[in-house]
Ligand binder design. Structure first.
Ligand code: SF4
Length: 409
């Protein structure tokens, strides 16, 4: 893969060395067992795959290069560059202003922009309407577009599905920037509808099977279907794509459920299902797949608790938390500063959208065993900070340099 110029402050020499060593030993990425960092009283099990993905590194590289090369210009970002508070704060500190908040609410009006400005499109991509607006102002849309190629792949898949006369069902969070962008691109190709989870899928299936009156669809799926959507016709042939960062098992279950519904409704078989259900695989990106597989690989290891580091509004990160939570106590934090002491940790509950404080999170026995990973938009330096903090609570721990030596070539 291409390598990017990412500010050194986001890197961790220790984690870069670990990742390099694992990569050298397993070029085909077949071994998803964690890397063990044995500090003595603390054993850290670090995921095989975590941290900045291709799309995030690409976006960060373009953004900081743009700032460096255009000191005389006003630079804006459509919304958060990626879902990481530190990176967004650094961009703001460099003078970049955000035009919209995460939900798409306008903070700075488009009318205040001029053709001399620069507007960066974030890694999630944007809607065709916004792209058109920027072009009309005379802004260079292509030059400063950091849309991830894996997101564009979903748009291309949607177009193909629509060309074959299937309606596009998008599994994604309806208000997430990426899903809003994908929905906009899909809707330009053909009828499209968004489902956020299995419970909405079950309700959508009732319109396919005829269990629910058609008229109800328009209120139940308000703001989630394309203009002119005709529920009596547009659910007869469907294909599923998804936001690149969803939970793989959820996406599979949703596609299976809809396939089953269509099969039953039209009396189809494995041979004839293609007549009404597009034969596609999920559109999760490689980073989502690898990070989730790495967590599954870690769950074979006996441990006391797990820590997931990442932005609280990061979709891919919250799915990693979800996987861990099924098996052991899990703390979702956005930096080592949330580890308040060896007795107290402040962490985020993404089910309730609230931060809470847990006491006595460190067991009294030794060694303690901790599983650690991070989301695709989390700098490795933050993960190193967490490792250092935990090991630092135990005076008998080996130093970071001693651990580093083990991974240096
Ligand atoms: S998580 Fe996947 S789709 Fe999103 S920016 Fe990273 S590589 Fe691209």
């Amino acid at each position: 893969m291409k390598s990017f110029d990412v500010p050194f402050v986001y890197r961790s020499p220790l984690i870069s060395a670990i990742k390099k060593k694992r990569k050298d030993l397993d070029r085909m990425k077949k071994d998803f067992s964690p890397t063990v960092l044995d500090f003595g009283p603390v054993k850290i099990y670090l995921a095989r795959h975590f941290g900045f993905c291709y799309g995030v590194e690409n976006a960060i590289d373009i953004a900081f290069r743009t700032i460096e090369e255009n000191g005389d210009k006003r630079i804006f970002l459509l919304s958060e560059m990626i879902h990481n508070p530190q990176v967004n704060a650094d961009l703001k500190a460099s003078g970049v202003e955000f035009l919209q908040d995460n939900s798409g609410k306008q903070v700075i009006p488009f009318e205040s922009l001029t053709a001399d400005d620069i507007v960066l499109i974030p890694a999630f991509g944007t809607t065709l309407t916004i792209e058109k607006k920027l072009r009309e102002i005379g802004l260079q849309v292509e030059q400063y577009n950091t849309t991830c190629p894996f997101v564009e792949k979903v748009w291309n898949r949607s177009e193909l599905i629509a060309k074959s006369q299937y309606t596009i069902v998008i599994h994604g969070k309806p208000t997430h920037e990426e899903t809003r962008a994908t929905f906009s691109h899909a809707a330009a190709s053909g009828p499209s509808v968004v489902v956020k989870d299995m419970s909405q899928t079950i309700e959508l299936a009732k319109y396919i099977s005829g269990e629910k009156p058609s008229a109800q669809f328009y209120t139940e799926f308000k703001n989630q279907y394309s203009e002119g959507f005709d529920v009596t016709k547009d659910l007869q042939r469907i294909g599923v794509v998804n936001q690149t960062t969803m939970l793989a098992s959820d996406t599979q279950a949703i596609a299976d459920y809809l396939k089953e519904t269509v099969t039953t409704r039209y009396g189809l078989t494995e041979q004839t299902i293609k007549e009404r259900f597009a034969d596609t695989r999920d559109t999760l990106c490689y980073a989502t797949n690898d990070n989730q597989t790495a967590v599954s690989g870690m769950l074979q290891t006996e441990a006391d608790f797990a820590i997931v580091v990442g932005g609280y509004n990061s979709s891919n990160t919250s799915h990693l938390v979800e996987l861990f939570e099924e098996k052991l106590p899990t703390y979702f934090i956005n930096s080592d500063e949330k580890i308040l002491s060896q007795h107290t940790i402040m962490h985020y509950n993404f089910h309730t959208n609230m931060e809470l404080v847990t006491e006595k999170y460190l067991p009294e026995k030794q060694p303690i065993r901790v599983l650690i990973t991070s989301g695709a938009s989390c700098p490795d330096a933050l993960v190193e900070g967490v490792i250092k903090k935990l090991a630092g609570f135990y005076p008998a721990s080996k130093s970071i340099d001693e651990i580093f030596e083990l991974f240096r070539n």
